[in-house]
Design a protein around this ligand. Structure first.
Ligand code: NDP
Ligand SMILES: Nc1nc2c(c(=O)[nH]1)N=C([C@H](O)[C@@H](O)CO)CN2
Length: 235
């Protein structure tokens, strides 16, 4: 059996798409999820090992890590799990920032440290850590400032872990812009948002799969970022 790839947040959208595509390619996938969606049964049918874990719950995170450390080796870790919380009122500022830093920084940091031995045990080529950040790392966000700050901190972890784990493990970020709208996004919001980029369309989950595929096969890229942003940085 091939060394597994751990993906966080596989219950829906990008995480689900990545887990399904990699499993269909014959890759052993271990996925974490918070909410149980019926489509998780598809992943189980493909042999994906699923672990329920709400990363906001210390006990569940500790239990997840103990389970993951039973595996002797990991080929890659893809930190996809994320909460896109808007800034709230001043009274909730500390809570929102704590939540954003927890899911986007503390959890990836903890899991990376806990599985360093398993990543270094990978002998296929180099192991990989992939942090999925966001184009707002370079620009900030008027309405999601805490989210953007936490994604910027996540990219900083890319720089630190790339230096810390070389040459056995490569560490890179993928920074998307408009991948896919949410069901609650109305037509007016969608049209306004699409106009913000040079390539005025949703990139789709496939763009993340393409970027992940490149990073997994590359033998000479670490501490870097793939900006899958439709030219948003030029508008
Ligand atoms: N969609 C887009 O256009 C863009 C996405 N990105 C980034 O790409 C990645 C994938 O995006 P997308 O698929 O849209 O993300 P979603 O917000 O749709 O899904 C995120 C996943 O993370 C899980 N998650 C959230 N909070 C927790 C938690 N506390 N514990 C465990 N799991 C949790 C969610 O579970 P649950 O279903 O239970 O909430 C969900 O499965 C994310 O990192 C995102 O920030 C960046 C730029 C643009
Ligand atoms: N965890 C999530 N992060 C982000 C999402 C999302 O749905 N979940 N969506 C976006 C937007 O598409 C933004 O890029 C454009 O308005 C950003 N991050």
């Amino acid at each position: 059996m091939t060394a597994p790839i751990l993906i966080t947040g596989v219950g829906k959208r990008v995480g689900f798409y990545l887990a399904k595509a990699l499993a269909q390619q014959g890759q052993k996938v271990i996925g974490t999820y918070r909410s149980h969606y019926p489509q998780l049964n598809e992943l189980e049918a493909l042999g994906v090992e699923l672990h329920a874990c709400d990363f906001y719950d210390d006990r569940q995170l500790t239990s997840l890590i103990a389970n993951l450390q039973q595996h002797p080796v990991f080929k890659a870790i893809i930190h996809n799990a994320s909460d896109w919380l808007p800034d709230g009122d001043p009274a909730s500022a500390i809570a929102i920032m704590d939540q954003m830093m927890r899911i986007h920084v503390s959890v990836p940091y903890t899991i990376n440290l806990a599985l360093t031995t398993q990543l270094k045990a990978y002998t296929g080529s180099t192991a990989n850590i992939i942090h999925i950040t966001d184009y707002v790392v370079d620009k900030g966000s008027k309405k999601h400032a805490a989210y953007a700050a936490s994604k910027a901190a996540l990219h900083n972890l890319t720089l630190s872990f790339a230096a810390k784990l070389a040459p056995n493990v490569k560490v890179n970020s993928i920074a998307p812009a408009m991948l896919m709208f949410n069901p609650s996004d109305d037509e007016q919001y969608q049209q306004k948002t699409l106009k913000k980029a040079l390539l005025q369309k949703e990139g789709g989950e496939i763009e993340i799969l393409n970027a992940v595929t490149y990073l997994l096969q590359s033998q000479y890229m670490t501490g870097q970022v793939l900006k899958v942003d439709g030219g948003r940085h030029l508008t």
